[in-house]
Ligand binder design. Structure first.
Ligand code: SAM
Length: 329
C-alpha cells in the first residue's frame, strides 16, 4: 500500500537534513549565530530511515541542511543511498541542495556516487550584493565555480534557487534571467516564507509570482511549460528557446493540495510540513531498538497527521516550531 495521507496525497518525496550547521549567514534565513541548535546523527541512522521510507513508497530523496557539504563523509553516504531501491526495485532519484561554496571540488566525486542533480542557492549575481546577503566575503566566485563544476560533472539540469526579498534583491530578477541563459542553468525564484530566525517576514517582504513574471516578460517574452502535478515550480522558457526559469510561489499560489513531501531533520525528527508546530521523533525509536516494522508503523501513523495546508499570512498563522535552517529546506 503506498504511503498516503488522510487527504489522499501520496508521499513520495523525502528531504533529509544531515546538519543544521551552515557556513553562510544569509540575512533572510539566519540571525548570524555560529552554532547548530540540534545535533546531527551518524549517517547509518539516516540511511536506515531512508531504507524504511523507500520500502513504504518514497522515490525521491533530497539531501539538505544546514549546509550538507560541511559534513565529512557526505559522498560515502550518498553512495550508500544510491544502493537503495524503491518499491518497484528502481534506484531512488537522488538530489542535493547546497549553497555551492564547497561544490567546485566535490561536484565530480558527488556525481561518481550516483547523485543525480544539484540545486545551488544564489540570491544575487553580483559579487558585492552576494556578500552582503550571505555575510561571507568572496563567496560569489566560489559558488559560480561550483555551479559550473556541477554542470561539467553532469549533475544536471543544474538548478539555481534565488529567494527574493523586497528591498534586498528584487532588482536581480532580470540579471538572473540573463544568468540562466548564459550559464545554461534553470533559475528558480522562491517567494520568501516566514521561516527565518530573525522574524522579519511580513507580506510586504514577499516578491510575488505575478511581479516576477511581469519583470521577466519586460526583459524577454516567456512561454509556460506544462509541469507535473507534484512539481512545486511553475516553469517557463524564454520564447527564443534559450533558457528556462521557474517560480516557486508557496505564498501567493500555495501548492499544499498536492504536496508529496515529508522531511527528516538532522536530529532524526519527521516533519510533515515546513510549517508544522510539532515534529515526530523517529530517531528515538531507533535508540530504543525498534524493528524496521515498528519504524514503518510509526511513519505510517505520522503521515496521517500531515497538515492540510499552511496558513501563511492568515490571522491564525502560528510560526513553525523550527526555522528553515534547522528543518532542512
Ligand atoms: N545550505 C543549503 C542551501 O543554501 O541551499 C541547503 C539549506 S537552505 C535552508 C535551503 C533553501 O532554503 C535555500 O535555497 C534557501 O535559500 C531557502 N530558504 C531559506 N530560508 C527561506 C525562507 N525563509 N523562505 C524561502 N526559502 C528559504
Amino acid at each position: 500500500m503506498p504511503l498516503t495521507d488522510k487527504f489522499g496525497r501520496a508521499i513520495t518525496d523525502l528531504r533529509i537534513s544531515v546538519t543544521d550547521r551552515c557556513n553562510y549567514k544569509c540575512i533572510y534565513c539566519r540571525t548570524g549565530n555560529e552554532g547548530a541548535l540540534y545535533g546531527d546523527l551518524p549517517f547509518a541512522d539516516y540511511l536506515r530511515m531512508a531504507r524504511v521510507l523507500a520500502s513504504l513508497g518514497i522515490r525521491k530523496v533530497r539531501i539538505t541542511g544546514g549546509e550538507p557539504l560541511l559534513r565529512p563523509g557526505i559522498a560515502d553516504f550518498i553512495r550508500e543511498l544510491a544502493q537503495l531501491r524503491d518499491v518497484d526495485g528502481q534506484p531512488l532519484d537522488l538530489a542535493l541542495t547546497t549553497n555551492g561554496h564547497l561544490l567546485a571540488g566535490l561536484a565530480q566525486p558527488l556525481k561518481d556516487t550516483g547523485l543525480g542533480r544539484v540545486t545551488v542557492s544564489m540570491d544575487a549575481v553580483d559579487p558585492d550584493r552576494f556578500a552582503r546577503i550571505t555575510r561571507v566575503p568572496g563567496g560569489y566566485e566560489k559558488v559560480l565555480a561550483g555551479v559550473r563544476a556541477a554542470r561539467q560533472a553532469g549533475l544536471g539540469p543544474v538548478k539555481v534557487n534565488c529567494v527574493l526579498m523586497r528591498g534586498f534583491n528584487e532588482d536581480q530578477i532580470v540579471p538572473f534571467g540573463m544568468f540562466a541563459r548564459e550559464e545554461n542553468v534553470i533559475v528558480r525564484f522562491i517567494e520568501f516564507m516566514p521561516l527565518e530566525e530573525g522574524r522579519v517576514w511580513s507580506p510586504n517582504t514577499v516578491v510575488p509570482l505575478d511581479e516576477i513574471l511581469q519583470r521577466m516578460q519586460e526583459y524577454r517574452p516567456l512561454v509556460e511549460i506544462p509541469h507535473a502535478h507534484s512539481e512545486t515550480a511553475r516553469r517557463y522558457r524564454f520564447a527564443d528557446g534559450i533558457g528556462e526559469i521557474g517560480i516557486i510561489a508557496p505564498v501567493s499560489h500555495p501548492f499544499c493540495g498536492h504536496c508529496s513531501r515529508i522531511r527528516i531533520t538532522c536530529d532524526g525528527k519527521i516533519r510533515t510540513c515546513l510549517f508544522s508546530v510539532w515534529d515526530h521523533d523517529l530517531h528515538e525509536l531507533i535508540e530504543r531498538g525498534a524493528s524496521d516494522a515498528e519504524l514503518a508503523d510509526f511513519i505510517r501513523s505520522v503521515v496521517q497527521k500531515k497538515e492540510a495546508r499552511h496558513h501563511i499570512g492568515e490571522p491564525d498563522f502560528v510560526p513553525a516550531s523550527r526555522t528553515m535552517v534547522h528543518i532542512g529546506g
